[in-house]
Design a protein around this ligand. Sequence first.
Ligand code: ADP
Ligand code: MG
Length: 230
Amino acid sequence: MTTVTREPRTAAGAVRRLTAILTDRGIDPRAEVIAEPEPVTALQLADARIPPRYRHALADHPRITAWVTEIARTGRPGPGGVPGIATGPSLLIAGPTGTGKTHQAYGAIRTLLRAGVRLRWEGTTVADLYAAQRPQHGSDPEQQLWRLARSPLLLLDDLGAAKQSPWTEELTYRLVNHRYNQLLPTLITTNLPVAELRDAVGDRVASRLAEMTDRVILAGHDRRRHAAAL
Ligand SMILES: Nc1ncnc2c1ncn2[C@@H]1O[C@H](COP(=O)(O)OP(=O)(O)O)[C@@H](O)[C@H]1O
Ligand SMILES: [Mg+2]
């Protein structure tokens, strides 16, 4: 009888699996970091842009580490053979407030970087995106929208939480439609039950999300209230 031992689906396990995949493809992830002329690693640079609360997050949900592994496996090497990311599936992380959606999303980005995958990424809450799109002196909303739309990896946090209007619906549509058309990996979090997304973001966005995303529903208690015993 053969006994198959499976590595537990932990954050450290995900990093090990990714490292093994990259090594199989003849890429030594650690060598890339050592070959960097600057002393600052991609992970350190990314951490500086991640909100401090999530700066140590690593994805530990099995469906999210599976997505991370898939993105790393299908990525195309960049200059000098450095592992990178290409087109691929997107991920919708849904669940009630405080269940760890934002933690898992930033954790997914950090897990990729920690495994040596070189990627350019952008992250914003959807409410901040709408705020930044309002005409303001000295800003170029159109250029900002395209920076997010074209980013190789995008985190859109809290979709459906901000008050919607035809204007917000159009902005969300333009962003999501570009990423849908170009097959660009996008991490989306939402507090809304998936069935309510259509009402919140409109049919055109909801239909594209249905096709382009794998879905993960986080359950459990509100970790914030639990920590404060409220
Ligand atoms: N897997 C985890 N390990 C440790 N802390 C976590 C984990 N998931 C979430 N947290 C913490 O729980 C709190 C709520 O998580 P957060 O991701 O902000 O929830 P949500 O985005 O679902 O509202 C935060 O303080 C976060 O740092
Ligand atoms: Mg959140």
